[in-house]
Design a protein around this ligand. Structure first.
Ligand SMILES: CC(C)CCC[C@@H](C)[C@H]1CC[C@H]2[C@@H]3CC=C4C[C@@H](O)CC[C@]4(C)[C@H]3CC[C@]12C
Length: 576
């Protein structure tokens, strides 16, 4: 069945590039339309029917189309199509994989044999070059850049690019740094080659403070020296973003007052979903990276909880948190892996979220889904969540819950953007409750005694676009009142000078201070390494959970020490 048309045809619109052309591109003198390439390949699908599926692909004139079968294609029934010149292609020779990242969609394709893989890669490359030149000739004057060879170099280039050309990114108006960066990548004719089955494996946020700088650790580490400009930051950090997941803590209060275990689970699920809603307006800026030992507290008497978090590990970056109220406790340690595909960045969280309810003694535990930053280098950047969440009650197996964050475009349209669907199951696996909706608009449950909307995001404050897209709750995270100040440990984020400067609108000051703080952190690391000792977190300790996973648990000493003798009377590390 496999057809491969080797014979190249001369395109009617063939352009001859004149030799005096000053551009240093290596372009064939005569642009030949590359031959059609078609046949079956495996395409990965995430949901529903997760796995590798056989699809018939046709590559023609720089466009790749696919369908279920050869017949479908010949009948003109196409499932999807993409302009290969606009996608970043990465390949993995070992697993015969080709990944295409268009910025909006990530395609994962696999050939059944190495020969087929090789043919497709060659053809895709030819079609990409052909289409790019066609477009370049249409707009001319574009420059070509040397090929980039690895993910890490791409990252390095991007960071350098940002450093060299940095300017505040306006929400409207002229193209930003990121836009130019995107052009920069579009212009370069690179193929990203992953050495492992995964394309990239950086963890955490690339920043001066996240990666350590031992030279023997290789290439990616060069990035450690590259500090992201503060103009790209929002004045909250990752320790505070953990607290943001409690914006809808009232759902936990409701759960703790719901006697029926199945209904209770519905509210826990709504809470798990509500933590993702900030993504709607928060795609322009990057949170600050906490330095090792940095802490954050948040007391919300109005909501009945108090929260603490601490940066417990530097490499990989891990932020641990713990919150408690009359109704619940909430804890998690946040860490994740990044996969960079050329235009999009996938964030794969590895830690679990935990909630206990005081009245029923339930202990719920669930995983987090993948968050993809589409078009990460451009103004068109937006976030998408996809994958499955399983909520288990470790104390009682009466019910479990499955939530699916549907990958958009599965049904071929944009209408299912941000869709979530969920079910609460009994021990036998029968569906007791069903709910669904959109994570940016609300969740509806029609199986409750009275069908109703169980959660809806708060409306955004006035002028939120000018203020980093923050919700009212997010805006309150940095509040530093005179009566609070004497109680805070000097490691509290509210006292971090660079973030404070950004909060007050002093971007260049923040930038300078940020460099200083990152440098201080590197020095502390070196000191520790010299002594051969390791940093020990102050309020969390490492343990294993029931499934043998590493977790960071609260030692419970924070509030006691705060009360007596008070942090001012204790020995604290100096972070800035
Ligand atoms: C400045 C430009 C170039 C990049 C902007 C990147 C922003 C949008 C990125 C940087 C770090 C990212 C966060 C890192 C980790 C998590 C935890 C995960 O469970 C949910 C998504 C969330 C909360 C990410 C949301 C998007 C995020 C804030």
């Amino acid at each position: 069945l496999y057809k491969h048309h080797r014979k190249p045809r001369l395109a009617p619109e063939t352009k001859v590039l004149i030799g005096s052309d000053k551009r240093k591109c290596v372009v064939p003198q005569v642009m030949i339309t590359p031959g059609i390439c078609e046949g079956y390949l495996l395409k990965r699908r995430k949901w529903p029917l997760k796995g590798w599926h056989k699809r018939y692909f046709v590559l023609e004139g720089g466009t790749l189309r696919y369908s279920k079968s050869h017949q479908d294609v010949s009948r003109g029934r196409v499932q999807g199509s993409l302009d290969v010149s606009l996608a970043v292609m990465s390949i993995n020779k070992k697993s015969n994989r080709i990944d295409l990242d268009t910025g909006d969609i990530l395609y994962h394709i696999k050939a059944k044999s190495h020969d087929l893989f090789y043919i497709w890669v060659t053809k895709l490359q030819a079609h990409r070059l052909y289409k790019k030149n066609e477009t370049a000739n249409a707009h001319s004057n574009e420059c070509c850049l040397p090929p980039l060879f690895s993910q890490k170099i791409v990252f390095l280039h991007f960071s350098l690019f940002l450093l060299l050309h940095h300017q505040p990114a306006p929400s409207h108006g002229p193209p930003s740094v990121a836009d130019s960066a995107a052009e920069y990548f579009d212009a370069s004719d690179d193929i990203l080659c992953g050495s492992s089955s995964e394309v990239s494996d950086e963890s955490g946020l690339s920043d001066g403070s996240t990666t350590n700088s031992e030279p023997e650790e290789g290439h990616g580490k060069d990035l450690a020296r590259v500090s992201m400009p503060a103009a790209l930051n929002e004045p909250v950090n990752l320790l505070q973003r953990l607290c943001e997941e409690l914006e809808y803590s009232e759902l936990l209060d409701v759960a703790n007052n719901t006697p029926d275990p199945y209904q209770r689970m519905v509210y826990i699920a709504a809470f798990a979903i509500s933590g993702y809603t900030t993504a709607t307006f928060r795609n322009r800026y990057k949170p600050f990276n906490p330095v090792l030992g940095e802490t954050y507290e948040c007391i919300r008497e109005d909501r009945g909880f108090r929260f603490i978090s601490e940066q417990v590990c530097h490499h990989p970056p891990i932020s641990a948190c713990h919150a408690e109220s009359e109704n619940f406790t909430f804890w998690q340690d946040q860490r994740w892996k990044n996969k960079f595909w050329g235009k999009s960045l996938e964030i794969l969280p590895t830690g679990m979220v935990n909630v206990t309810l005081s009245r029923y003694g339930d202990h719920y535990e669930w995983n987090k889904v993948v968050t993809c930053i589409h078009n990460v280098l451009s103004q068109q950047r937006y976030l998408e969540h996809y994958g499955e969440v399983t909520i288990q009650n470790l104390k009682n197996s009466t019910c479990t819950c499955k939530i699916t964050f549907v990958k958009s475009r599965y049904w071929g349209s944009d209408t299912n953007k941000n869709e979530v669907q969920g079910t609460v199951l009994d021990q036998g696996g029968s569906v007791i409750h069903r709910f669904g909706g959109l994570w940016h608009e609300g969740i509806f449950c029609d199986t409750l005694p009275t069908p109703k909307c169980i959660w809806k995001p708060n409306s955004q404050p006035k002028d939120y676009l000018q203020f980093y897209g923050f919700s009212t709750f997010a805006m309150e995270l940095n509040e530093l009142t005179p009566d609070l100040r004497p109680f805070l440990p000097p490691t509290d984020t509210r006292l971090r000078p660079d973030q404070r400067m950004l909060e007050e609108g002093n971007v260049s000051g923040a930038d300078r201070k940020k460099d200083e703080i990152e440098e201080l952190q590197r020095e502390r690391r070196k000191e520790l390494a010299k002594k051969g000792s390791e940093h020990t977190p102050r309020f969390f300790r490492k343990a294993k959970d029931s499934s043998g996973r590493d977790v960071w648990l609260n030692t419970g000493t924070y509030w006691e020490l705060r009360q007596n003798p008070g942090f001012a009377k204790l020995e604290n590390i100096t972070l800035w």
